[in-house]
Structure formats: C-alpha cells, structure tokens
Write a protein that binds this ligand. Structure first.
Ligand code: ZN
Length: 448
C-alpha cells in the first residue's frame, strides 16, 4: 500500500483501549494509548494481580494486551521483553482526553516521542499524578495544543476540536492526510453542558467530506441502562434533597467535574454544602483556572464546597491546604441536613464514623453495572443495605446514544466508517453500506 493507512492496535470490539496508528509516507502518528476495560484484560489480570512494574511490556505482550510495535516503547518499559528497543519511529502521540482507557499506558512510551494533549488535559494529568494515586503517566516531551488550531507533524495536519464528554478537555480530531481527511471522534456525548462543542466538531467534520470516520460506539447496540441528561441529574438530585432532612450522599466518577458541579449546585439550592475528599478538593483547585465553560467551584471559599476529613497526624503535602478547615465526622453527624457528601466506593468505611440515619438518601450518579454479577455493585449494595440508605440511580452518560451515533454518521457522510471503542460495531451497519468493522492490527487504506 503506497497511500496513507490506518491500523487499529486497540479499541477493536472492546470499550476503551484505543490505539490508532496513522501512516502517511514517512510520517507515523498514534492516537491514544490506554488499556482496555474489556474482559480480555481481566482474563489475566485483576485487582491484586497486575503486570510487574519492572517488566510491564513483557507481561502485557504475553497475552497480546499491547501492540508489538518497534520504535514505540521506552527501553526501560521493554526491559527484557522479546521486542527489541529501537529509537522512536512514531513521530507524535495525540491524546483525546485524560481517561485511563486513552492515556493510561503513556508511561510505557519512549520519552523522546512528543505527546500532544490539550492544555487542560496536561493540568488534569499532573493533578491526578500529584495527588497520591497510583496513576503515573511518565516523562514526555509534552506539546500543548489549542482548540481548533492545526498542528503539523511532517506532512500531516491535525486539528483538535473540543467535544463534550464526562471529563473536561476532551477532543476529537480532524487529520488531513495526503489522500483525504480522517476524522477521529475520541469519546463524546451530545447531552452535557458542552453539547455545542460536539455539534461544532461534527459540523466541521461534515464540511471536510472525510475519507474515513473513526467513531466511538460505547452505547451502540443493546443499551438497557437508564440515562439522563446533566440537567436531568440536577432535577433528580434536587427532588431527593427537597424530601430529606438527613445527611445526603452521592457517588460519582472522581474526574467527572461537571457532575461535581451539578451536585454542588443542587446542594446549594437546598441550603446545603457539598462535602468532598481532599483529593477532589485538590483536583478542583488545580483545574478551576482552565475549566471550559463557566466557573468551577473550589473548596474553602464561598462556593458551597467544603472538605470532609478525619483529623490525622500524617498527611500528604498537597492535602495540607485543606485540612485546617476540614469538617470532621462528629460535625457531619450533628448537622447532617446541612451537607451533601460526595463519596466513592473506596471511602465507604467513612460511613462507619458518619452513621447516617436510616433512610438517608444515597444517589448513585455513575453508570449502572454492565453485568449482573458485578462484584463492586454487590459490595456497594451490601453497604447501602447495612446502613439502611435509600438508593437512587441518576446518571448522565459520557457517551452518545445508539440512535444519536447513527444520525451523526449520516450527517458526516464519510467514504468509510470504522466503529471503534464498542462491543457492537455491527450496530453501525444501520447507518449505511460503507461501514467497515476493523480487525486488530490490519492496515486499511485511508482512501479505498
Ligand atoms: Zn474511552
């Protein structure tokens, strides 16, 4: 094949794990580099059983959980893997957003390879790394791109467009190659606070008359889970808070800052304050200065956000600014009606100190479990039942619905559609005859 090609090295028949290689003459770019959330990974690795930190590439290659590509990995990550080290042959990596399934393997890359991210994403990644989580992204030659400003890599031109997703600073890309434009959507939705960005991206994509559309399909095919808009979540939480005179609790994804803002707004509207962990307070503080679309509340001021923490003798440096004014468990027990507590599963033992009265509302503001035998879900419900909390499911997904996806494909009208980041790529066939279900590792010409 002499013209430009696309090779899918991950994200094929699985949700997450996107790794898309674009080759055009001498130029090679990779889009996203994260582990999949798919069952394939979990066939070999679970919570306590993970690849060795001294030989991560070797341990992942063993089960084909990483692509066998030379000139991509660092010498350190390769260690004694049976893939030899070669100086970088990939000229740039573009990251669509900071979720683990798109950015989680960056640390394995050769540090000489330029990594292009949005300004806000860089800040978000640094805040996540800086707040004591296990997540590490590695040292890189970081390049920060600006909204809609083209970036040139060799003869390729990449234009990053902001899109709406359940994490701020998410992007889709238009990539101009020697034989037409490739559109890569990243992850996106159409029903959040930045829906207009998603709209503008797809309009720009349609104007390109693209050769190829690489579209995520998380919710393509059967989707029995209930989904609200962000505004719908707000209304639901409002109603719950209106009815209750107890401590109210909610759990969300830690990086879904739109949801934290929604919870804060609902708390304030009902005369409460939102209680968050020191980690969430740190994240809000780091990201607030660059947050797109309106102010992001931070802890410690008049924003209605306060920190819940137990008194402790040892703490991390990044926690220090939040500890003096932190609300302890006794205070929350006494004045429960004054608070909405954002709590994640990891912090459930706090309930033993907080002892919310029976019937206190618990809002599960996350996706419903994928399977019926979900272990986390069972544990969650055991805790809810033990404390006699009243369970409410209220979530706005980070992804567009099946019908929306088909509509978007028709509106962009590309020459070829490649459904990725989905377990049901065949569901896209309803959008027209030019749908190609990609196979892992097969190069496809951009202009067939
Ligand atoms: Zn994803």
């Amino acid at each position: 094949m002499s013209g430009p090609t696309l090779t899918f090295l991950g994200g094929v028949r699985e949700i997450g794990g996107n790794k898309i290689l674009l080759r055009d003459g001498p130029d090679q770019i990779l889009f996203d580099f994260g582990p999949s959330f798919s069952p394939r990974f979990e066939e070999f690795y679970v919570d306590f059983l993970q690849p060795r930190s001294t030989s991560p590439v070797k341990d992942l290659l063993e089960f084909d959980l990483l692509p066998r590509v030379e000139g991509l990995y660092s010498a350190e990550a390769l260690a004694d893997a049976d893939l030899r080290y070669r100086p970088p042959e990939i000229h740039a990596v573009f990251v669509s957003h900071a979720h683990a399934d798109h950015a989680g393997y960056l640390r394995l890359l050769d540090p000489e390879i330029p990594v292009h991210v949005g300004r806000g994403t860089r800040r978000l990644l640094a805040a996540i790394e800086g707040s004591g989580t296990v997540m590490k992204y590695g040292e890189h030659a970081w390049h920060l791109f600006e909204d809609r400003r083209p970036v040139r890599v060799g003869n390729l031109e990449v234009v990053p467009f902001p899109v709406d997703h359940s994490i701020p600073f998410a992007y889709g890309f238009l990539v101009r190659t020697s034989e037409g434009t490739v559109v890569y959507t990243g992850d996106f939705r159409h029903h959040g606070p930045r829906a207009a960005d998603t709209q503008a991206f797809f309009e720009a994509a349609a104007e390109e008359r693209p050769a190829a559309l690489l579209i995520e399909g998380t919710r393509a095919g059967p989707d029995p889970r209930r989904n609200l808009s962000e505004l719908g979540v707000r209304r639901g939480v409002d109603a719950v808070l209106e009815r209750s005179t107890n401590l109210a609790l909610a759990c969300t994804y830690p990086r879904d800052l739109d949801r934290l803002r929604t919870l804060r707004d609902a708390a304030v509207a009902s005369g409460r304050e939102l209680l968050v962990s020191t980690r969430t307070a740190h994240l809000l503080q780091e990201v607030a200065p660059v947050f797109p679309g309106g102010p992001l509340p931070v802890a410690g001021g008049t924003d209605g956000v306060v920190v819940y923490a137990r008194k402790k003798k040892r703490f991390f440096k990044w926690e220090a600014p939040f500890l003096d004014d932190a609300i302890p468990a006794e205070e929350v027990r006494k004045r429960g009606a004054h608070y909405l507590l954002a709590i994640d599963l990891m912090h459930f033992p706090e309930l033993i100190d907080l002892r919310p009265p029976k019937g206190s509302p618990f809002v599960h503001s996350m996706s419903e479990p994928f399977s019926e035998d979900d272990v986390d879900d069972r544990v969650l419900h055991n805790w809810i039942d033990h404390f006699g909390l009243e369970f409410h499911q209220m979530h706005a997904s980070g992804h567009a619905s099946g019908p929306e996806l088909l509509e978007l494909v028709r509106s962009v009208d590309p020459s070829t559609v490649y459904p990725i980041h989905t377990e049901h790529p065949e569901a896209f066939r309803a959008a027209g005859p030019r749908v190609r279900l990609p196979e892992l590792g097969t190069p496809y010409p951009v202009a067939p």
